[in-house]
Design a protein around this ligand. Structure first.
Ligand code: AMP
Length: 186
């Protein structure tokens, strides 16, 4: 089972991925988490990514595609995985198609989490108080929402055309949304 979780920042992709990971025993691959770890460890990749992440801009496609290419070939991914926050651009989606094809694999479902902007901003500002993420400040949040609309939203049409897209309401209790996710993935 290969799942793609799409949605604006704060839509609940990370929370829901972790629940799916536990219940279905397939790993969550979060490009955001991998990049944050690289920044914390001050690796070459982390040093390159930091300025983009702090501003709420996308890290260059080549960097994130490289992360995914390495990750999906690991043993822990043989039974499937959940992509949380990747792809975010059309070029990333096309690169993913090529990577999967090369591994004789295919996307099972694309779940799009729908949440209104105002709710997203409130959630991210709340998260800032708890997690202290460098990019959960009002300027970066605004930019991330814009970037989502400009660069990632077009992917919804791309995946709708494959017949694999399921849009779900991202508003409600975590368990309630998890039930919607489970229904979507069957
Ligand atoms: P996230 O934790 O998914 O909200 O990602 C945090 C930040 O990491 C984003 O604002 C981007 O700067 C960067 N990032 C994560 N995933 C990607 C991706 N697929 N493409 C480009 N940048 C990404």
């Amino acid at each position: 089972m290969i799942l793609i979780f799409m949605g604006p920042p704060g839509a609940g992709k990370g929370t829901q991925s972790k629940l799916v990971e536990k219940e279905f025993n397939i790993p969550q691959i979060s490009t955001g988490d991998i990049l944050r770890e690289a920044v914390a460890n001050q690796t070459e990749m982390g040093k390159k990514a930091k300025q983009f992440m702090d501003a709420g801009d996308l890290v260059p496609d080549s960097v994130v595609i490289g992360i995914i290419a390495d990750k999906i070939q690991t043993d822990e991914c043989v039974n499937g995985f959940i992509l949380d926050g990747f792809p975010r651009t059309l070029d990333q989606a096309k690169a993913l198609d090529v990577l999967l094809k090369g591994n004789h694999k295919d996307v099972s479902h694309v779940i799009s989490f729908e949440v209104a902007d105002e709710e997203l901003t409130n959630r991210l500002l709340e998260r800032a108080k708890i997690e202290g993420r460098a990019d959960d400040n009002i300027d970066s949040i605004k930019n991330r929402l814009d970037v989502f609309k400009q660069k990632t939203q077009p992917l919804i049409d791309y995946y709708r055309a494959t017949g694999k897209l399921v849009s779900i309401d991202g508003l409600g209790e975590i368990e309630e949304i998890f039930a919607r996710v489970k229904k979507a993935i069957g």
